[in-house]
Design a protein around this ligand. Structure first.
Ligand SMILES: [Zn+2]
Length: 142
């Protein structure tokens, strides 16, 4: 449990501004209610030291969840990888066999995946000073 004095000290330290969205927070109940955020979440062993505490609004706090740091980044890859598995291939093959989809649909999907991947990379690259991202070009067909 974090005492009221320590809590208010942290809020003052961050000038009553959510450190994620920048909105001014207050002690009043609502989406912009002040919340103490554990930088390393409690479930991952984070402590109540001031160095592990920050000020965020309630809605950003729930958005952040128990995810943090490299875990959050790894989850992006996990979500991308779970979009298609080996076992989905036989379903697609089955539907192709019965003419529900054809090779053109597959080619369009491959293009769309590339566009979606580029969008994800561009979003992440906003956080880099150079704002550059290495794009994987489709290999030349042999
Ligand atoms: Zn916020």
């Amino acid at each position: 449990m974090i005492g009221k004095r320590k809590r208010l000290k942290i809020y003052e330290q961050y000038n009553w501004k959510c450190q994620i969205c920048g909105k001014t927070v207050s002690l009043e109940t609502g989406p912009h209610e002040a919340a103490l955020d554990h930088l390393i979440p409690r479930v991952h062993g984070g402590n109540h030291e001031e160095s592990n505490l920050s000020l965020v609004c309630r809605s950003c706090n729930s958005r952040r969840g128990d995810n943090y740091g490299h875990l959050r980044l790894k989850n992006i890859i996990k979500r991308v990888n779970s979009a298609l598995s080996e076992s989905d291939l036989d379903l697609i093959e089955y539907e192709m066999r019965f003419g529900l989809i054809d090779e053109k649909d597959i080619e369009k999907t491959i293009t769309d995946i590339q566009v979606a991947a580029d969008q994800i990379k561009d979003l992440l690259a906003r956080l880099l000073p150079s704002r550059e991202v290495i794009t994987c070009k489709k290999p030349l067909s042999e």
